[in-house]
Design a protein around this ligand. Sequence first.
Ligand code: SF4
Length: 337
Amino acid sequence: MEILLGKNLAEIQAITRKLAMPDFTAKQIAQWIYAKRATDFEQMTNISVKNRELLAENYIIGRKNYDLVTTSADGTQKYLFNTKNGFVETVYLPETDRNTLCISCQAGCKMNCVFCMTGKMGFSGSLFSSEIINQILSVENSEKLTNFVFMGMGEPFDNTAQIIQAIDVITSPWGLALSPHRITVSSVGIMRGMKEFLEKTDCHLAISLHNPFHEERFAMMPIEKAYPIEKIVTELKKFDFSHQRRLSFEYIMFDGINDTQRHATGIVKLLRGFPCRVNLIRFHKAEGVDYQSPSQEKMEWFRDYISNNQLICTIRRSRGEDISAACGQLKTEQNQS
Ligand code: SF4
């Protein structure tokens, strides 16, 4: 049966019209599914019994429980969800002032970045907006969520339409009614999807930089061949990031690989004068990946050099490393069996 979860108001309206229900029913259904997190039509008590039965005969809401949750010593939780294309992981990051959910958009990933466990899984398929929204609604602390980052498994702009649809659900008044400024989408920089996302949403963007030099970035991230970082930056300069929308460049640091003075200078040269920030991320050891993380002192020196050259630069705190929930560590064994 057709799933309602992940649909926008216009799509639900088309359904209520087809079923000869009053127009206002569509908004009621959307509010029950998203704001009130209903899992069954029976819970929709302001909709007539006849219409609830009609819905149940033709549709399902489509919520699915997670299969497993693991909790880190630092409170981070990693959830495992089964989707039509295999298992995906979702990470809940509680902090004193915010609760962030790191969402997956694909089962596996095609991008094959050499340092990433998800990339090593290969690609099983893209998630529907229903499967993206289900991650948000089905974690234990769903109602406490304040921020969302599309930094889990997969490349968002290899699944742009479903990402934009999910963002519509999160930000619309009939949906979860949260500000687009609570959402950050992270990408290696697939140009077409990136432009569509920037034109259609007001969410923040994070670009995976990891190396300012073409040949070296290509050795780490094959996508550099199709979308060189210099061209991405040139394209991004056509958009306005001077106000509420934030642009950041993510930089995973690998000892002796991309943490030298030359790299720091290269980053400054690439980004100086552009309203953006650089987030440094310590590399988290991953099975089969022959890189090491630099020392804290090295990372601080790198940060200070960039900060002293008119760019905002921070070191991101690592979370959930003990349960393999940290950046670059997401990988579902179940997909490989
Ligand atoms: S880092 Fe992101 S884009 Fe690269 S392989 Fe991993 S999930 Fe895919």
